[in-house]
Design a protein around this ligand. Sequence first.
Ligand SMILES: Nc1ncnc2c1ncn2[C@@H]1O[C@H](COP(=O)(O)OP(=O)(O)OP(=O)(O)O)[C@@H](O)[C@H]1O
Ligand SMILES: [Mg+2]
Length: 319
Amino acid sequence: MEHRESLLALRHYLSSQILGQEKLIERLLIALLADGHLLVEGAPGLAKTKAIKDLAEGLEAEFHRIQFTPDLLPADITGTEIYRPENGTFVFQQGPIFHHLVLADEINRAPAKVQSALLEAMAERQVSVGRTTYDLPPLFLVMATQNPIEQEGTYPLPEAQLDRFLMHVKIGYPEASVERRILQQARGEALHGESKPERRVTQESIFAARQEILGLHMADAVEEYLVQLIMATRTPAKYDAELAEWISYGASPRGSIALDRCARAHAWLAGRDFVSPEDIQAVLFDILRHRLILTFEAEAAGIDQDRVVQRILDVVAVA
Ligand SMILES: Nc1ncnc2c1ncn2[C@@H]1O[C@H](COP(=O)(O)OP(=O)(O)OP(=O)(O)O)[C@@H](O)[C@H]1O
Ligand SMILES: [Mg+2]
Protein backbone atom coordinates (compact mmCIF):
# COMPACT_ATOMS: atom_id res chain seq x y z
CA MET A 1 0.00 0.00 0.00
CA GLU A 2 2.78 2.42 0.90
CA HIS A 3 4.36 1.83 -2.51
CA ARG A 4 1.12 2.75 -4.20
CA GLU A 5 0.95 5.99 -2.22
CA SER A 6 4.44 6.90 -3.42
CA LEU A 7 3.49 6.16 -7.01
CA LEU A 8 0.30 8.20 -6.70
CA ALA A 9 2.30 11.09 -5.28
CA LEU A 10 4.66 10.79 -8.23
CA ARG A 11 1.72 10.78 -10.62
CA HIS A 12 0.35 13.86 -8.88
CA TYR A 13 3.69 15.64 -9.24
CA LEU A 14 3.91 14.75 -12.93
CA SER A 15 0.34 15.95 -13.56
CA SER A 16 1.22 19.28 -11.96
CA GLN A 17 4.16 19.64 -14.35
CA ILE A 18 2.89 18.16 -17.58
CA LEU A 19 -0.53 19.60 -18.15
CA GLY A 20 -3.27 17.85 -20.07
CA GLN A 21 -1.14 14.82 -20.96
CA GLU A 22 -2.59 12.43 -18.39
CA LYS A 23 -2.37 9.53 -20.78
CA LEU A 24 1.35 9.99 -21.41
CA ILE A 25 1.96 10.23 -17.67
CA GLU A 26 -0.06 7.13 -16.93
CA ARG A 27 1.67 5.17 -19.69
CA LEU A 28 5.09 6.17 -18.37
CA LEU A 29 4.12 4.89 -14.94
CA ILE A 30 2.65 1.69 -16.35
CA ALA A 31 5.85 1.08 -18.35
CA LEU A 32 7.88 1.64 -15.20
CA LEU A 33 5.71 -0.75 -13.19
CA ALA A 34 5.51 -3.35 -15.95
CA ASP A 35 9.26 -3.13 -16.59
CA GLY A 36 9.01 -2.21 -20.26
CA HIS A 37 9.79 0.48 -22.81
CA LEU A 38 7.69 3.09 -24.56
CA LEU A 39 7.51 4.29 -28.13
CA VAL A 40 5.93 7.74 -28.16
CA GLU A 41 4.64 9.33 -31.31
CA GLY A 42 3.75 12.99 -31.30
CA ALA A 43 4.50 16.34 -32.87
CA PRO A 44 7.41 18.46 -31.58
CA GLY A 45 6.88 20.56 -28.48
CA LEU A 46 4.35 18.32 -26.73
CA ALA A 47 6.40 17.88 -23.55
CA LYS A 48 7.83 14.48 -24.42
CA THR A 49 11.29 15.44 -23.18
CA LYS A 50 9.82 17.23 -20.20
CA ALA A 51 7.78 14.16 -19.23
CA ILE A 52 10.70 11.76 -18.93
CA LYS A 53 12.95 14.39 -17.35
CA ASP A 54 10.35 15.11 -14.70
CA LEU A 55 9.92 11.38 -14.14
CA ALA A 56 13.65 11.21 -13.43
CA GLU A 57 13.24 14.11 -10.97
CA GLY A 58 10.53 12.23 -9.13
CA LEU A 59 12.46 8.98 -8.96
CA GLU A 60 15.84 7.92 -7.65
CA ALA A 61 17.00 7.53 -11.20
CA GLU A 62 19.49 9.02 -13.62
CA PHE A 63 18.31 10.33 -16.93
CA HIS A 64 20.09 10.55 -20.25
CA ARG A 65 19.01 11.71 -23.67
CA ILE A 66 20.38 10.27 -26.90
CA GLN A 67 19.66 12.21 -30.06
CA PHE A 68 19.44 9.83 -33.02
CA THR A 69 21.11 11.11 -36.18
CA PRO A 70 22.09 9.53 -39.50
CA ASP A 71 25.80 9.42 -38.58
CA LEU A 72 25.33 7.68 -35.22
CA LEU A 73 27.13 4.34 -34.75
CA PRO A 74 25.97 1.40 -32.61
CA ALA A 75 28.95 1.92 -30.28
CA ASP A 76 27.77 5.50 -29.67
CA ILE A 77 24.84 3.91 -27.86
CA THR A 78 26.17 0.79 -26.25
CA GLY A 79 29.75 1.80 -25.53
CA THR A 80 33.06 0.54 -26.73
CA GLU A 81 36.34 -1.05 -25.67
CA ILE A 82 39.13 1.42 -25.26
CA TYR A 83 42.81 0.50 -25.41
CA ARG A 84 44.89 1.41 -22.40
CA PRO A 85 48.51 1.68 -23.65
CA GLU A 86 49.95 1.96 -20.12
CA ASN A 87 49.15 -1.69 -19.37
CA GLY A 88 48.23 -2.98 -22.81
CA THR A 89 44.62 -3.86 -21.93
CA PHE A 90 41.18 -2.98 -23.20
CA VAL A 91 38.58 -1.52 -20.86
CA PHE A 92 34.92 -1.14 -21.59
CA GLN A 93 33.64 2.38 -21.64
CA GLN A 94 29.90 2.37 -21.05
CA GLY A 95 27.77 4.12 -23.63
CA PRO A 96 24.84 6.43 -22.84
CA ILE A 97 22.41 3.50 -22.71
CA PHE A 98 23.79 2.67 -19.25
CA HIS A 99 21.30 4.89 -17.45
CA HIS A 100 18.02 4.22 -15.67
CA LEU A 101 15.83 6.39 -17.85
CA VAL A 102 16.91 6.85 -21.45
CA LEU A 103 15.25 9.14 -23.96
CA ALA A 104 15.98 7.88 -27.48
CA ASP A 105 14.96 10.96 -29.38
CA GLU A 106 13.84 10.71 -33.01
CA ILE A 107 14.74 7.06 -33.22
CA ASN A 108 13.85 6.91 -36.91
CA ARG A 109 16.63 9.31 -37.86
CA ALA A 110 19.36 6.72 -37.33
CA PRO A 111 20.00 3.79 -39.66
CA ALA A 112 18.86 0.23 -38.97
CA LYS A 113 22.13 -0.93 -37.37
CA VAL A 114 21.88 1.70 -34.66
CA GLN A 115 18.18 1.10 -34.08
CA SER A 116 18.92 -2.63 -33.74
CA ALA A 117 21.65 -1.98 -31.18
CA LEU A 118 19.17 -0.05 -29.08
CA LEU A 119 16.28 -2.49 -29.54
CA GLU A 120 18.46 -5.47 -28.75
CA ALA A 121 19.82 -3.91 -25.58
CA MET A 122 16.25 -3.00 -24.61
CA ALA A 123 15.00 -6.56 -24.97
CA GLU A 124 18.06 -8.37 -23.60
CA ARG A 125 18.78 -5.84 -20.88
CA GLN A 126 22.44 -6.27 -21.58
CA VAL A 127 25.09 -5.17 -24.01
CA SER A 128 27.58 -7.54 -25.62
CA VAL A 129 30.89 -6.16 -26.75
CA GLY A 130 33.42 -8.66 -28.03
CA ARG A 131 33.07 -11.71 -25.83
CA THR A 132 31.89 -9.89 -22.74
CA THR A 133 28.34 -9.08 -21.72
CA TYR A 134 27.49 -6.11 -19.56
CA ASP A 135 24.20 -5.93 -17.68
CA LEU A 136 22.05 -2.84 -17.81
CA PRO A 137 20.68 -1.55 -14.49
CA PRO A 138 17.61 -3.34 -12.99
CA LEU A 139 15.66 -0.13 -13.35
CA PHE A 140 15.91 0.54 -17.06
CA LEU A 141 13.30 2.28 -19.16
CA VAL A 142 13.73 3.56 -22.69
CA MET A 143 11.32 6.10 -24.06
CA ALA A 144 11.85 6.41 -27.81
CA THR A 145 10.23 9.19 -29.77
CA GLN A 146 9.07 9.27 -33.34
CA ASN A 147 7.83 12.34 -35.15
CA PRO A 148 4.75 11.62 -37.28
CA ILE A 149 5.19 14.60 -39.62
CA GLU A 150 8.71 14.07 -40.82
CA GLN A 151 9.01 10.92 -42.86
CA GLU A 152 11.50 12.00 -45.48
CA GLY A 153 15.09 10.90 -45.01
CA THR A 154 14.12 8.77 -42.05
CA TYR A 155 14.48 5.07 -41.41
CA PRO A 156 11.23 3.42 -40.34
CA LEU A 157 11.71 1.00 -37.46
CA PRO A 158 11.71 -2.63 -38.57
CA GLU A 159 8.19 -3.93 -37.98
CA ALA A 160 9.44 -7.20 -36.56
CA GLN A 161 11.39 -5.35 -33.85
CA LEU A 162 8.67 -2.97 -32.78
CA ASP A 163 7.40 -5.77 -30.59
CA ARG A 164 10.21 -4.89 -28.18
CA PHE A 165 8.33 -1.85 -27.10
CA LEU A 166 5.82 -2.62 -24.39
CA MET A 167 3.50 0.12 -25.62
CA HIS A 168 3.18 2.50 -28.53
CA VAL A 169 1.59 5.72 -27.34
CA LYS A 170 0.24 8.49 -29.53
CA ILE A 171 -0.14 11.98 -28.11
CA GLY A 172 -1.86 15.03 -29.50
CA TYR A 173 -2.14 18.78 -28.96
CA PRO A 174 -3.72 20.16 -25.78
CA GLU A 175 -7.04 22.02 -25.93
CA ALA A 176 -7.31 25.81 -25.54
CA SER A 177 -7.96 25.90 -21.78
CA VAL A 178 -4.96 23.67 -21.12
CA GLU A 179 -2.83 25.70 -23.51
CA ARG A 180 -3.45 28.77 -21.34
CA ARG A 181 -2.41 26.89 -18.20
CA ILE A 182 0.76 25.80 -20.01
CA LEU A 183 1.51 29.45 -20.83
CA GLN A 184 1.00 30.53 -17.25
CA GLN A 185 3.17 27.72 -15.95
CA ALA A 186 5.94 28.46 -18.46
CA ARG A 187 5.96 32.12 -17.37
CA GLY A 188 6.03 31.09 -13.72
CA GLU A 189 8.94 28.74 -14.36
CA ALA A 190 10.85 31.38 -16.29
CA LEU A 191 10.40 33.73 -13.31
CA HIS A 192 10.85 31.42 -10.34
CA GLY A 193 12.42 28.22 -11.71
CA GLU A 194 10.91 24.75 -11.89
CA SER A 195 9.33 23.22 -8.83
CA LYS A 196 10.85 20.00 -7.51
CA PRO A 197 8.99 17.04 -6.06
CA GLU A 198 8.85 16.82 -2.26
CA ARG A 199 10.57 13.46 -2.23
CA ARG A 200 11.84 11.01 -4.78
CA VAL A 201 10.40 7.51 -5.10
CA THR A 202 13.07 4.93 -4.32
CA GLN A 203 14.01 2.16 -6.72
CA GLU A 204 13.18 -0.38 -3.97
CA SER A 205 9.67 0.99 -3.95
CA ILE A 206 9.34 0.39 -7.69
CA PHE A 207 10.67 -3.16 -7.38
CA ALA A 208 8.31 -3.90 -4.50
CA ALA A 209 5.39 -2.46 -6.47
CA ARG A 210 6.26 -4.75 -9.39
CA GLN A 211 6.02 -7.75 -7.07
CA GLU A 212 2.63 -6.66 -5.77
CA ILE A 213 1.40 -6.17 -9.32
CA LEU A 214 2.47 -9.63 -10.43
CA GLY A 215 0.55 -11.01 -7.46
CA LEU A 216 -2.80 -9.37 -8.32
CA HIS A 217 -5.67 -11.78 -8.86
CA MET A 218 -6.81 -12.43 -12.40
CA ALA A 219 -9.95 -14.54 -12.71
CA ASP A 220 -9.91 -17.40 -15.23
CA ALA A 221 -12.59 -15.71 -17.32
CA VAL A 222 -10.52 -12.51 -17.50
CA GLU A 223 -7.41 -14.42 -18.49
CA GLU A 224 -9.40 -16.22 -21.17
CA TYR A 225 -10.68 -12.87 -22.44
CA LEU A 226 -7.11 -11.57 -22.67
CA VAL A 227 -6.05 -14.64 -24.66
CA GLN A 228 -9.05 -14.34 -26.99
CA LEU A 229 -8.16 -10.73 -27.79
CA ILE A 230 -4.69 -11.85 -28.86
CA MET A 231 -6.04 -14.85 -30.77
CA ALA A 232 -8.32 -12.54 -32.71
CA THR A 233 -5.18 -10.87 -34.11
CA ARG A 234 -3.69 -14.21 -35.18
CA THR A 235 -6.68 -16.09 -36.56
CA PRO A 236 -9.03 -13.20 -37.33
CA ALA A 237 -11.19 -15.28 -39.71
CA LYS A 238 -12.47 -17.25 -36.72
CA TYR A 239 -13.82 -14.04 -35.24
CA ASP A 240 -14.94 -11.73 -37.99
CA ALA A 241 -14.82 -11.52 -41.79
CA GLU A 242 -13.75 -7.88 -41.78
CA LEU A 243 -10.92 -8.49 -39.33
CA ALA A 244 -9.67 -11.27 -41.58
CA GLU A 245 -9.51 -8.85 -44.48
CA TRP A 246 -7.57 -6.28 -42.48
CA ILE A 247 -4.95 -8.21 -40.49
CA SER A 248 -2.00 -9.90 -42.12
CA TYR A 249 0.11 -10.52 -38.99
CA GLY A 250 -0.97 -10.52 -35.39
CA ALA A 251 0.60 -10.25 -31.95
CA SER A 252 3.19 -12.63 -30.48
CA PRO A 253 3.26 -14.18 -26.99
CA ARG A 254 5.39 -11.19 -26.05
CA GLY A 255 2.28 -9.18 -26.89
CA SER A 256 0.13 -11.30 -24.56
CA ILE A 257 2.64 -10.92 -21.75
CA ALA A 258 2.71 -7.17 -22.32
CA LEU A 259 -1.08 -7.04 -22.16
CA ASP A 260 -1.10 -9.03 -18.93
CA ARG A 261 1.52 -6.88 -17.24
CA CYS A 262 0.09 -3.54 -18.34
CA ALA A 263 -3.48 -4.48 -17.41
CA ARG A 264 -2.17 -5.50 -13.98
CA ALA A 265 -0.29 -2.24 -13.51
CA HIS A 266 -3.43 -0.38 -14.58
CA ALA A 267 -5.54 -2.21 -11.99
CA TRP A 268 -2.93 -1.63 -9.28
CA LEU A 269 -2.76 2.10 -9.98
CA ALA A 270 -6.55 2.21 -9.72
CA GLY A 271 -6.27 0.66 -6.26
CA ARG A 272 -7.77 -2.75 -7.05
CA ASP A 273 -6.34 -6.10 -6.07
CA PHE A 274 -7.82 -7.89 -9.06
CA VAL A 275 -7.67 -7.32 -12.81
CA SER A 276 -10.92 -6.55 -14.63
CA PRO A 277 -11.74 -6.66 -18.35
CA GLU A 278 -11.76 -2.83 -18.27
CA ASP A 279 -8.07 -2.83 -17.29
CA ILE A 280 -7.31 -4.93 -20.35
CA GLN A 281 -9.43 -2.73 -22.60
CA ALA A 282 -7.80 0.43 -21.23
CA VAL A 283 -4.33 -0.60 -22.40
CA LEU A 284 -5.22 -2.68 -25.46
CA PHE A 285 -4.76 0.05 -28.07
CA ASP A 286 -1.25 0.94 -26.91
CA ILE A 287 -0.32 -2.73 -26.65
CA LEU A 288 -1.54 -3.74 -30.11
CA ARG A 289 -0.96 -0.58 -32.17
CA HIS A 290 2.60 -1.51 -33.18
CA ARG A 291 2.06 -5.25 -33.16
CA LEU A 292 -0.43 -5.53 -35.98
CA ILE A 293 0.63 -5.67 -39.59
CA LEU A 294 -2.28 -4.76 -41.80
CA THR A 295 -3.09 -6.04 -45.25
CA PHE A 296 -2.71 -4.02 -48.40
CA GLU A 297 -6.51 -3.93 -48.62
CA ALA A 298 -6.79 -2.34 -45.18
CA GLU A 299 -4.17 0.29 -45.99
CA ALA A 300 -5.86 1.05 -49.29
CA ALA A 301 -9.20 1.48 -47.56
CA GLY A 302 -7.65 3.83 -45.01
CA ILE A 303 -8.18 1.42 -42.12
CA ASP A 304 -5.58 2.03 -39.43
CA GLN A 305 -4.42 -0.01 -36.43
CA ASP A 306 -6.72 1.79 -34.03
CA ARG A 307 -9.75 1.00 -36.13
CA VAL A 308 -8.72 -2.66 -36.15
CA VAL A 309 -8.26 -2.75 -32.38
CA GLN A 310 -11.69 -1.20 -31.92
CA ARG A 311 -13.14 -3.93 -34.12
CA ILE A 312 -11.40 -6.60 -32.04
CA LEU A 313 -12.97 -5.12 -28.91
CA ASP A 314 -16.36 -5.18 -30.63
CA VAL A 315 -16.25 -8.80 -31.71
CA VAL A 316 -14.51 -10.51 -28.78
CA ALA A 317 -16.93 -11.03 -25.93
CA VAL A 318 -15.96 -11.10 -22.26
CA ALA A 319 -16.08 -14.78 -21.30
N1 LIG B 1 1.45 19.71 -21.65
C1 LIG B 1 2.42 20.55 -21.27
N2 LIG B 1 2.52 20.93 -19.97
C2 LIG B 1 3.51 21.77 -19.58
N3 LIG B 1 4.43 22.27 -20.40
C3 LIG B 1 4.38 21.93 -21.68
C4 LIG B 1 3.36 21.07 -22.19
N4 LIG B 1 3.55 20.89 -23.51
C5 LIG B 1 4.62 21.61 -23.82
N5 LIG B 1 5.14 22.24 -22.73
C6 LIG B 1 6.32 23.11 -22.72
O1 LIG B 1 6.74 23.24 -24.07
C7 LIG B 1 8.14 23.14 -24.21
C8 LIG B 1 8.52 22.01 -25.14
O2 LIG B 1 8.49 20.78 -24.45
P1 LIG B 1 9.48 19.58 -24.76
O3 LIG B 1 10.83 20.09 -25.06
O4 LIG B 1 9.37 18.62 -23.64
O5 LIG B 1 8.78 19.02 -26.07
P2 LIG B 1 9.12 17.74 -26.94
O6 LIG B 1 7.85 17.01 -27.12
O7 LIG B 1 10.26 17.01 -26.34
O8 LIG B 1 9.54 18.39 -28.33
P3 LIG B 1 10.54 17.82 -29.46
O9 LIG B 1 9.79 16.77 -30.19
O10 LIG B 1 10.83 19.02 -30.31
O11 LIG B 1 11.75 17.31 -28.75
C9 LIG B 1 8.70 22.97 -22.82
O12 LIG B 1 9.12 24.25 -22.38
C10 LIG B 1 7.53 22.50 -22.00
O13 LIG B 1 7.66 22.96 -20.71
MG1 LIG C 1 12.16 16.63 -27.03
